[in-house]
Design a protein around this ligand. Structure first.
Ligand SMILES: C[S@@+](CC[C@H](N)C(=O)[O-])C[C@H]1O[C@@H](n2cnc3c(N)ncnc32)[C@H](O)[C@@H]1O
Length: 216
């Protein structure tokens, strides 16, 4: 274990950690959008409509191709080593076709899955309540959840901060590490969230996870 800085602790790689094949480098257009939205560029109706159209179209193929063990590895490792409130109330944002729900459902206290794309939700297994919602304005009261999981999902820091309880944990996973199209490194997630946060991160499978909690 080593302290990357006072806000982020990097644990040893999980024994199964490997580098992802080159896929989406720093110039990938989705990488630019991910960073811009996380750091305050407004999310517009046009953004929302375009993303829905894209993922509605991808849903039938996604449900077959994106549930492999390599995707589960960093999620499972975050649950094992990330000091998460396992018995608490969990929300997955951008839950897609259920890669996260398959790992979470057997072990967490409760789970709600949410996604913008009706087709992604329709192709997800019936493991938890599925709520169609835009992550930029989620239909949940303030401080509703003990933990919020985002797997290869855009970060809307203000909404995440709003619906997370004071002692809650954000679990950020990129299943292809820095080759993930929707990618932010752990330090940027910490920086983008409002206020002061501390994180723990590690590599597992082809990806990495971050668990972030508010600093008091
Ligand atoms: C790259 S996919 C990842 C899906 C799933 N987490 C997985 O790993 O298989 C991104 C998901 O985020 C959803 N998404 C993108 N923007 C969103 C938004 N503003 N609100 C809610 N969901 C959104 C998409 O519909 C899609 O299902």
């Amino acid at each position: 274990m080593r302290n990357m800085d006072v806000h982020l602790i990097e644990l040893a790689d999980h024994p199964d950690a490997v580098d992802a094949e080159p896929f989406a480098g720093p110039d990938h257009p989705i990488r630019r959008i991910t960073r811009a939205k996380a750091f305050g560029e407004p999310w517009t109706e046009a953004d929302s409509a375009r993303v829905q159209e894209v993922f509605d179209g991808l849903a039938p193929e996604w449900s077959g191709n994106h549930v492999e063990p390599v995707k589960a590895a960093p999620i499972s490792d975050a649950l094992d080593r990330g000091r998460v409130p396992i018995d608490g109330a969990w929300l997955e944002v951008g839950s897609g076709t259920g890669a996260g729900a398959r790992v979470l459902t057997p072990v967490v206290g409760s789970l709600i899955c949410s996604d913008l794309s009706a087709e992604m939700l329709r192709h997800a297994p019936d493991l938890a309540p599925r709520v169609r919602a835009d992550a930029s304005k989620l239909p949940f009261p303030d401080a509703s959840f003990d933990a919020i999981l985002l797997v290869n999902m855009l970060l809307f820091p203000v909404e995440i901060d709003r619906i997370l309880r004071d002692e809650g944990v954000v679990v950020w996973v990129n299943t292809l590490g820095d080759q993930t199209p929707i990618h932010l490194p752990p330090s940027d997630v910490i920086d983008a969230l409002p206020g002061a946060w501390t994180g723990t991160t590690a590599r597992a499978g082809t990806g990495f996870w971050l668990t972030a909690r508010r600093s008091f």
